[in-house]
Write a protein of this length. Structure first.
Length: 93
C-alpha cells in the first residue's frame, strides 16, 4: 500500500480482517492479536494489494445487497398475492 493510498476506516478494517482470515488459514494455532499485527505489518509494508481486496469486498457486498433486495421484492410480492387472495370471497379462492 503506497503512502498516498487513502481508504475509509471501515474499508481498512475489512481489508485487515480479510488478511487476518488468510493468516488464520495458514497458521490456525496463532493468536488473533498476533495475526492482526502481522496483517497490519504486511499491509503497511506494501505486500498486500489493498485496492484489489477492497474492490473484491465491495463486489461481494454488492452481490449480497442485490440478493437481499431480490428477496425483499419476492416477499412483498408474496404478501401482496396473499392479501389479494384473502380479500376474495371464500368460495372463489
Amino acid at each position: 500500500m503506497s503512502k498516498q493510498t487513502e481508504i475509509a476506516a471501515s474499508d481498512w478494517l475489512a481489508v485487515r480482517e480479510r488478511v487476518v482470515d488468510k493468516l488464520r488459514e495458514a497458521s490456525p494455532q496463532s493468536q488473533k492479536d498476533t495475526r492482526v499485527r502481522m496483517a497490519e505489518g504486511l499491509i503497511l509494508a506494501g505486500y498486500v494489494d489493498v485496492e484489489f481486496i477492497a474492490a473484491e469486498i465491495a463486489e461481494e457486498q454488492r452481490v449480497r445487497d442485490e440478493r437481499t433486495e431480490a428477496a425483499r421484492v419476492a416477499r412483498e410480492q408474496r404478501a401482496s398475492v396473499e392479501a389479494a387472495d384473502a380479500q376474495k370471497p371464500a368460495g372463489k379462492r
